[in-house]
Design a binder for this molecule. Structure first.
Ligand code: NAP
Length: 237
């Protein structure tokens, strides 16, 4: 039985991942700020879900993760699925700050916790849900694309570090395109239901993939995004 901690499991991708792991007999530690949604997840899987309700951007994140790990009785996989962003024409300080708080600062604290914990126990798997948005700057949500780029680049660095230091630790950077959740805003295409996205992410974790595009056909957009010349991207972006 795997012990899986999911930060951001009240809705969307994180919740579907929680249902997938709990439904297949694993033990899930679920977090988020919405207590009623954590409660309903626990009601659905009373023997396979433990919860802790907190704001990941407030102080005390590491303490909450330690407490949840104790409730789980150990930890094998840590998934960072919490995230937020708001496309905007204006450059609003409050929006940018909130975006960086959850997608960079809280992410960093959670991943440090996981890296230390897994390093000491000599096994474990760190997963982040970054985004296709990490590949290029975006005028409507510059902080979000930059923050997701931070997650992705950071994970690649840790992936190399783990191998060089011979630490038996796996890392997976998940880059979704559009998934049908409240995060998907504006004109969307190739959007996948959250349960389908979760199944593909689950498989990628099982296979210990270091990066995966969700759904898989988004690798085409990723390639295009990477190679489109700046002069053209800046005109159409
Ligand atoms: N949907 C897409 O099209 C898409 C595309 C690319 C990447 N992503 C990424 O996928 C991840 C999951 O998003 P989603 O699509 O599943 O959207 P979602 O349904 O809005 O899920 C976001 C999760 O993050 C949690 N969260 C947000 N702020 C938090 C905070 N301050 N403290 C604690 N938890 C917080 C939310 O819980 P509470 O509100 O209960 O706190 C919720 O469980 C995000 O990182 C997002 O950036 C999504």
């Amino acid at each position: 039985m795997l012990k899986v901690l999911i930060i951001g499991a009240t809705s969307g991708i994180g919740r579907e991942l929680a249902r997938l792991y709990a439904g297949s007999g694993h033990l899930v530690g679920a977090t988020g700020r919405r207590q009623e949604l954590l409660y309903s997840l626990q009601l659905e899987y009373p023997n396979n879900v433990v919860t802790e309700c907190f704001d990941a951007t407030a102080s005390g994140l590491t303490g909450h993760l330690q407490s949840l790990t104790r409730k789980l009785g150990g930890l094998d996989i840590l998934i960072y699925s919490a995230g937020w962003g708001e496309p905007q024409e204006a450059l609003d300080w409050a929006v940018d700050k909130a975006t960086v708080d959850i997608n960079v600062n809280a992410f960093l604290e959670a991943i440090h916790f996981g890296w230390r914990f897994f390093g000491q126990q000599r096994h474990g798997h760190l997963v982040t849900i970054s985004s296709i948005a990490s590949i290029r700057g975006n005028r409507l949500s510059p902080a979000y694309s930059a923050a997701k780029s931070f997650q992705s680049i950071y994970f690649e660095g840790l992936y190399i570090k783990a191998r060089k230091l011979n630490i038996p630790l796996y890392l997976t950077d998940v880059q979704p395109g559009f998934v049908d959740t409240k995060m998907a805003k504006g004109p969307v295409f190739w959007s996948a239901p959250a349960d389908k996205a979760a199944r593909q992410i689950h498989r990628a974790i099982e296979r210990k993939r270091w990066r995966v595009y969700i759904t898989h056909r988004w690798w085409i957009i990723a390639k295009l995004f990477k190679h489109i010349p700046a002069w053209l991207y800046h005109r159409i972006g």
